[in-house]
Ligand binder design. Structure first.
Ligand code: URA
Length: 254
């Protein structure tokens, strides 16, 4: 295995944190004389990895600046290879619905069904989302739906900070191109990514907040619980119902 293959293997395995300048080894140390010149433990693989990650973020930002339409951005995301999640997923899930919608809904990341089909929110969470939207007179044709990440994290694990950092420029550009009047953010992970904070969703939900685009435009943002959380905790549905009413009222008043 050469250096590049080793780094790619690390990325594919989800390694993204710098723990030191040298990779650690849990095996007993070999006597110094027995350490071959090309022993991988002598290489600064983790530092290189962090640099690759920074480069990928910069690359994503440059690509986004160059994309002037939604279709250009979709093509750019589909050919982007700076996020290791792409290696473990089947489909790129870019976004779907009505690009001229007043409301844009943002979830965390595709799940198994979305990864199979290539569309956002088509599994159990998506069915509940459809019911939530119907409750305030909305449907897939009246909203645009996307996720912070266009690729499914293996086993639906929470995305790492590095994965979010590299994919966030694509979401930010998508918001700029859709120009929604309202953002409905589903779940704490997506809310924290877009608002760049660590507040728990229990404190963020149900109140109007503001999202600032890179150009400085302000968009009204409402966060609420994720449908997947509601499937596990149906008692929380009443809170989401009140959040949806708040959204509906503002849509009608504006
Ligand atoms: N959960 C999400 O956050 N997004 C999807 O597209 C599906 C499930």
């Amino acid at each position: 295995m050469n250096e590049r293959e080793l780094l790619e293997w690390y990325l594919a395995a989800g390694v993204d944190a710098i723990c030191g300048d040298m990779p650690g080894c849990l095996l007993p140390e070999k006597p110094a004389a027995a350490v071959a010149e090309n022993d991988v433990r002598q290489r600064p693989a983790i530092t290189d990895l962090a640099q690759m990650s920074l480069k990928a973020c910069k690359n994503a930002r440059d690509i986004c600046e160059a994309a002037t339409t939604l279709e250009e951005l979709r093509a750019a995301v589909e050919t982007f290879d700076g996020c290791s999640l792409k290696l473990t997923s089947n489909k790129t899930v870019f976004g779907g619905g009505n690009p001229a919608a007043r409301i844009m809904i943002v979830g965390e990341a595709p799940g198994a069904d979305e990864d199979r089909i290539g569309e956002p929110f088509v599994g159990r969470s998506g069915h509940l989302l459809d019911k939530m939207l119907a409750a305030i007179g909305l449907n897939r044709e009246s909203v645009y739906i996307t996720n912070v990440l266009p690729w499914r994290p293996p086993g639906n694990r929470t995305p790492t900070d590095a994965e979010v950092a590299v994919c966030l420029p694509f979401l930010r550009r998508q918001i700029e191109l859709i120009k929604p009047e309202f953002l409905l953010i589903l779940g704490g992970s997506a809310a924290n990514s877009l608002l760049d904070n660590e507040e728990p969703i229990s404190r963020l939900r149900g109140k109007w907040l503001e999202y600032k685009t890179l150009k400085g435009d302000a968009i009204a943002l409402l966060a609420s619980f994720h449908p997947a959380y509601l499937l596990r905790n149906p008692a929380q549905k009443a809170k989401v119902w009140s959040d949806l009413l708040r959204l509906s009222q503002k849509m009608h008043n504006n």
